[in-house]
Design a protein around this ligand. Structure first.
Ligand code: C2O
Ligand code: CU
Ligand code: CU
Length: 575
């Protein structure tokens, strides 16, 4: 009898500690015309206590934007905050001017109107502020929302997709609060865990296959997701799209900024409780979230301890299994989409990036950190990339702490981490992943579709304290079109016809009849001259037809030399 007593006390204690709150599921906007308002607010994370927050169309977080590949989005964002902000479409492939990075400030009371075509694959993306030195403050106070992109490939699969029922967005965040329950930023004391702004969150899940869209929206903390009882789940998507086939897992580490879609089969488990956990005791030292945040156990990170989450296993979300829905999905698909990584042989260029602590020694975990010995300077372009380049980027982490690295504009494939092929859950399209402390990793990507020689894209550590520092761990790249300045077809001084063509000849006609075509060259997409032809004196005219039957299918440039000008135009050869 006596031996039961401590257990009984522990039970009561656990009940009090783990009283659960039904999870908040953000509302949705499914339209190509989206109106968003950034606003200050208050929210009760703790019963009866008002915490000052920021939100989008509400006091905290924002609506889930549902987009379809091919949509022409027209978004209005009005900033009613008491301070400047920006909104960035994390993971999406949009032009630099519409990307919402730190150069695209929305002033107080102003409205920003980004417009873009959704070119992304079906996946889970997110939007968040990106104001220089203020990203953590604004994101921690609540500015963040989901973007779900749909496409026909995904729609053809048998997958759960009833939002909030069997398709659940989960923004997992830890936050720091001061003594009066106000949110702190750029500190390491994130002792409060929440999912969709719900502390001790609870979710009812139907007894069937359920899809969770996991977003690590924390400022710094890495989670090592798993299910209680080591139940198997299936990874179906990484940051930028579905994977080729579901990957059976019992653990899924996810770094800040990254997303993953998983399927869990709750069939036959009605009335049971399964917990989404973070098994942080298994994180290796050097990871923010492990027992020691640095490789060297004597290195200190101010404010990191005490924190019951560091190096411990903890509950993230309690899932209570309820009855099946009317038309449940009950099987895990065997295959998903064709996802072909870019082969290393296709790389045009390799670039190297070294991450280094600015101070060395036992205090180095506190930052700041540099990339190739420099920190963010908004007036410096760190990397210039020719449009359509395929590149390998090598990240060498010379510091004792992991850095989850993010690039704007692109999704990449990880080639290797410390010389090894990436684990199965990192083999899909990614935009944020962990470069381990003291380690090296390589990714491959192609910079296509958008060029802009003035507005840069950013690359940075997605630990917001590292990014936000005055010496911020962030750099800028531009994608430039080496053949920019090509005349627009309508307004040019010459016309090219027929274009596009399947024919054997293409004709050039100068608008000025008095002028002659002296020579022309044909240039491929890589900027290589394929042919150059000087026109014979007795053939000089303001029109000329040149042979193209030897050209392979594709896009070309023709440079036309006249007495007074050089005109560059594009044409397309079809077979
Ligand atoms: Cu999620 Cu540059 O950011
Ligand atoms: Cu981003
Ligand atoms: Cu970092």
């Amino acid at each position: 009898m006596k031996s039961l007593r401590p257990t009984w006390i522990l039970c009561l204690f656990s009940m009090a500690l783990f009283s659960q709150n039904p999870i908040i599921i953000p509302g949705t906007i499914e339209s190509t015309n989206v109106n968003l308002t950034l606003q200050d607010g208050t929210f009760q994370f703790f019963t009866g206590i008002n915490t000052t927050t920021m939100g989008i169309n509400g006091p905290l977080l924002g609506p889930t934007l549902i987009m379809t590949k091919g949509d022409d989005m027209n978004i209005s964002i009005t900033n009613n905050l008491g301070q400047e902000s920006t909104i960035h479409w994390h993971g999406m492939h949009v032009s630099a001017a519409n990307d919402g990075g730190p150069h695209t400030v929305i002033g107080v009371g102003e409205t920003w109107n980004p417009q873009f075509t959704v070119l992304d694959k079906a996946s889970t993306y997110w939007y968040h502020p990106h104001l220089l030195n203020s990203t953590d403050e604004q994101a921690s106070k609540g500015l963040a929302g989901f973007i779900i992109v749909k496409d026909t490939e995904e729609a053809a699969l048998v997958l759960p997709r009833t939002y909030g029922v069997d398709d659940i967005p989960l923004a997992i965040q830890t936050k720091s609060f001061d003594g009066s329950s106000q949110i702190l930023s750029n500190v390491n004391s994130d002792t409060t865990l929440m999912v969709n702004a719900t502390i001790d969150a609870q979710l009812d899940v139907p007894a069937q296959v359920v899809r969770l869209r996991l977003l690590n929206g924390s400022s710094q903390r890495t989670f090592n997701f798993g299910l209680s009882g080591d139940m198997t789940f299936h990874l179906i998507g990484t940051d930028g799209g579905l994977v080729a086939a579901p990957v059976a897992l019992t653990r899924l580490p996810l770094s800040p900024g990254a997303r993953a879609e998983i399927l869990i089969d709750f069939s036959g488990l009605q009335s049971q409780t399964i917990n989404l956990m973070s098994y942080a005791s298994e994180l290796t030292n050097g990871t923010y979230g492990a027992t020691y945040p640095g490789l060297n156990q004597s290195m200190v990170l101010t404010g990191y301890n005490p924190n019951t989450m560091n190096g411990a296993d903890f509950n993230v979300l309690q899932m209570d299994v309820i009855a099946q829905t009317a038309s449940p999905i009950t099987t895990i698909p065997t295959s998903l989409v064709t996802a072909t990584p870019i082969a290393e042989i296709n790389s045009d260029q390799t670039r190297s990036f070294e991450f280094s602590p600015i101070i060395s020694g036992m205090n180095q975990l506190n930052g700041d950190f540099s990339i190739n010995n420099v920190t963010i300077d908004m007036n410096t372009i760190n990397v210039t990339i020719p449009l359509n380049n395929t590149e390998i980027w090598t990240f060498q982490n010379n510091s004792a702490i992991d850095h989850p690295f993010h690039m704007h504009d692109v999704q990449y494939y990880i080639l290797d981490i410390n010389g090894n092929a990436p684990p199965s859950y990192l083999q899909g399209r990614k935009d944020t992943f962990t470069v381990p402390a003291g380690g090296i990793a390589r990714v491959i990507t192609k910079f296509e579709d958008y060029s802009d020689d003035t507005i840069p894209y950013m690359y940075h550590c997605h630990m917001l304290k590292h990014e936000d520092a005055l010496a911020g761990m962030m750099g800028q790249f531009v994608v430039v079109d080496p053949l920019a300045g090509v005349d627009d077809f309508e307004i040019s001084n010459a016309i090219l016809y027929p274009n596009p063509t399947q024919g054997a000849y293409l004709s050039i006609q100068l608008k000025n009849q008095a002028e002659n075509i002296l020579a022309y060259s044909i240039i491929n997409q890589l900027g290589q001259i394929i042919s150059y032809h000087k026109i014979h004196e007795n053939e000089l005219n303001n029109t000329y037809s040149f042979p193209i039957f030897k050209l392979a299918q594709g896009q070309y440039f023709v440079k036309i030399y006249t007495e007074t000008q050089i005109i560059t135009k594009t044409f397309t050869k079809n077979n």
